[in-house]
Design a protein around this ligand. Structure first.
Ligand SMILES: Cc1ncc(COP(=O)(O)O)c(C=O)c1O
Length: 345
């Protein structure tokens, strides 16, 4: 069966242009720093974000992990939203691999409040507490509905943290969705941060990989941790060639995903589904299926039987994500299937 796949923007297949660039990529041994395509990607990412340097890593998870390890010593504290990907969805690696103590912040509205950052801060010198050295922020915020952060609010929170002596790491897996939403510049975020992780394999359509950007010394530490974690790859220019196309050319297509997600949300609402309201929609729509006894897994299964793949995103909650592989016809077809299934059974 040919599926309409709305589970995630990670399901995209590389474009013909990516495949051609991969086939003809100039390569070398990247552990020796000899891969010209990887080096070009890293230089391009650093220039784009206004950071000194960048490092190509296997995945967003690895990018976030090497960032935590590069900013923090074991036993130090990190302020982290409890809905963030680093808290919930990276297999607990902050604790068991980076050895840091995550302090919980409420990020249900995308960004934590100034008050919560101040309240959770632990200065050095108190033997009872892990002292805090880092704040992580996610933009766009996946679990908060794909919410893009307003640059002003973002700089207020990041600026407060830096004023308190904390470093700021941005999980920018989908930061270019935020940039596409506001029509601003990625530097409106990165200039307030010490590091950013950007996924090439989501809306930007590359088959794999992320870049982590920061100062030269941060990137050198991250390179060491990447190696320690087994992420030092060799002729990886083959993959970086697709990443370069993702970063250079695919940012401009993200507004299409946003338009399709808006149409999807509208169609689902019209079909009677409880679509979660959001002040700023990018490429996601979350909705409740309590009318189906609240079992998201069973609901996703019923959709799959009709050729539609959706994500079960927790109890009674479904996520659908728009991307390169689903156009407006796919959105219309998905709405028809969901209408047919019925919002309440
Ligand atoms: C916000 C966010 N950060 C990080 C990641 C991790 O990326 P990866 O799947 O490449 O490890 C994801 C993956 O979906 C994500 O949504």
């Amino acid at each position: 069966m040919e599926y309409l796949d709305f589970r995630s923007d990670t399901v995209t297949k590389p474009t013909e242009e990516m495949r051609a660039a991969m086939a003809s990529a100039e390569v070398g041994d990247d552990v020796y720093g000899d891969d010209p395509t990887v080096n070009e990607l890293q230089d391009y990412a650093a220039g784009l974000t206004g950071m000194e340097a960048a490092l190509y890593v296997c995945s967003g998870t690895m990018g976030n992990l090497v960032s935590l390890m590069s900013h923090c010593a074991r036993g130090e504290g990190v302020l982290m939203g409890t809905l963030s990907h680093t808290w919930k969805n990276e297999a607990g690696n902050a604790a068991f691999l980076a050895g840091v103590m995550p302090y919980p912040l409420d990020d249900s509205s995308g960004l934590p409040s100034e008050e919560s950052v101040k309240a959770s801060y632990q200065p050095e010198g108190n033997v009872h507490c892990a002292h805090t050295v880092l704040l992580t922020l996610e933009n766009t915020h996946n679990a908060a509905g794909g919410l893009p952060a307003e640059a002003g609010r973002f700089s207020d929170i990041a600026g407060l943290a830096r004023g308190m002596g904390l470093k700021v790491h941005v999980d920018g897996a989908r930061i270019f969705n935020a940039v596409a939403y506001f029509g601003n510049d990625v530097r409106d975020y990165t200039r307030h941060a010490d590091s950013v992780q950007i996924c090439l394999s989501k809306g930007l359509g590359a088959p794999m990989g992320s870049v982590v950007c920061g100062t030269r010394s941060f990137v050198e530490r991250a390179r060491k941790y990447r190696k320690a974690l087994g992420g030092g790859q060799r002729q990886t220019g083959v993959a970086a060639a697709a990443g370069l196309i993702a970063l250079k050319q695919m940012r401009r297509r993200l507004p299409d995903d946003h338009k399709n997600a808006a149409a999807l949300a509208e169609g689902l609402t019209a079909a009677g589904y409880d679509v979660e309201a959001t002040p700023r929609r990018t490429n996601m729509a979350y909705f409740g299926v309590s009318g189906h006894q609240g079992d998201a897994g069973a609901f996703a299964q019923k959709c799959a039987e009709r050729g539609l793949l959706v994500g079960a995103a927790g109890e009674g909650r479904i996520r659908m994500v728009t991307h390169l592989g689903v156009d407006e016809n796919a959105v219309a077809a998905a709405i028809d299937i969901l209408k047919d299934l019925g919002a309440r059974r």
